[in-house]
Design a protein around this ligand. Structure first.
Ligand SMILES: [Zn+2]
Length: 364
């Protein structure tokens, strides 16, 4: 059994807007299910504290921080059409980033083997100079920079399986070869970015990997992309830690998107990442909450993720089962992505090559 840590701060519930899909109930219901399940008491609780302004300023501009302080000071407003701010949002956003930073510290100091930061507001759409798409601070990017500056970590891999493209994270590291960003997302879809040809610039060319999926790619297509694109790129990059932008809105029941993942399918992806983390970076996998707007799906997904991280013998908590729709075959897309990213060597695969050929044929 692994020592798995959690960060949760009730203050994050105060950032909320009635009628908005990204509201306090997402976190409240999730923590209640963790309690009812009994797993919560078996997790290492990491304290939540506000991130320092220095830590935030490694990613965001001072003028954005000042503007945010003014908006919250006058009771709230909007950063864009989708992104609300209330009087507690600045503090809540500081604690979301700070909680994740504390979790990174706990794992890098070996107080925990891995963990999950149950924080909000989410972060992966946030831009250097503004919030966007329900996100205020780029939590995962701030945590990656913290690991580099405070712990001397050289190479960080960020995986983003939220159904939306993590445009903010991509932008922040687009020219940076020290951070590998790999995103699976519905495409074309909000926010519009994330084409396969967006691969980074300058020294960072090749350390941005976009896996743009048409709607209704289900468990098999996602797993194939992780095994045939994500894993070989990760092995080439040799990360010292893996951060996961864990959005559960690619589930087939999510109201905001049209993908076909099940909770069991999501957990197969977490399992792949754990295996890679064991192989490449001492098991250091740190998850942070992004999207997920069906509250039941979200809470069961988080419980299941904690079971995976701990190595519990229990199966995923998946009362909803697989998608009723037929899964899309993405073999052609995956072949194209492998070509684009120069993935040729299949020696890392455990299956004999003739089996891999059969796999290609059947799109598995
Ligand atoms: Zn999302």
């Amino acid at each position: 059994m692994r020592r798995t840590a959690i960060v949760y701060d009730p203050f994050n519930l105060r950032h909320t807007l009635e009628g908005h899909p990204e509201n306090f109930r997402r976190l409240k219901g999730t923590v209640e299910l963790l309690e009812d399940d009994g797993i919560l008491e078996r997790l290492i609780s990491v304290a939540s504290t506000p991130a320092s302004l220095d830590a935030i300023a490694r990613v965001h501009t001072h003028s954005y921080l000042e503007r945010l302080e003014i908006i919250t000071g006058r009771g709230g407003g909007h950063l864009d059409a989708d992104t609300y701010v209330n009087s507690d949002s600045f503090e809540a956003a500081l604690r979301a980033a700070g909680g994740l930073i504390n979790l990174v510290d706990a794992v890098l100091w070996k107080q925990a083997a891995n963990g999950f930061a149950l924080v909000r507001p989410p972060g992966h759409h946030a831009l250097v100079q503004n919030g966007m798409g329900f996100c205020i601070f780029a939590n995962v990017a701030i945590a990656a920079r913290h690991a580099q500056r405070r712990h001397g970590v050289q190479r960080v891999m960020i995986v983003d399986f939220d159904v939306h493209h993590g445009n903010g994270t991509q932008d922040i590291f687009y020219n940076d070869p020290s951070v590998l960003f790999i995103s699976t997302h519905q495409f074309p879809y909000y926010p519009g970015t994330g084409a396969a040809t967006e691969m980074g610039v300058e020294g960072g060319h090749g350390t941005t990997v976009n896996i743009p999926f048409p709607p209704h790619v289900g468990d098999q297509g996602y797993l194939e992309a992780f095994q045939k694109v994500l894993a070989p790129v990760a092995r080439r990059f040799k990360p010292e830690m893996i951060l996961l932008s864990a959005g559960f809105d690619a589930h087939w029941m999510d109201p905001l998107a049209s993908m076909g993942l099940s909770i069991t399918g999501y957990m197969a992806l977490v399992n792949e990442l754990m295996t890679l983390a064991d192989e490449l970076c001492g098991g250091r996998l740190i998850c942070v909450l992004e999207g997920g707007y069906n509250l039941q799906v979200l809470s069961h997904s988080v419980v299941s993720t904690f079971r995976m991280l701990r190595g519990d013998a229990l199966p995923p908590s998946d009362p909803f089962g697989p998608a009723p729709s037929t899964e899309r075959d993405v073999a052609a897309l995956i072949s194209r992505l492998r070509l684009l990213h120069g993935i040729r060597d299949t020696s890392q695969h455990t299956l004999p090559s003739r089996w891999m050929d059969l796999g290609d044929e059947f799109g598995i």
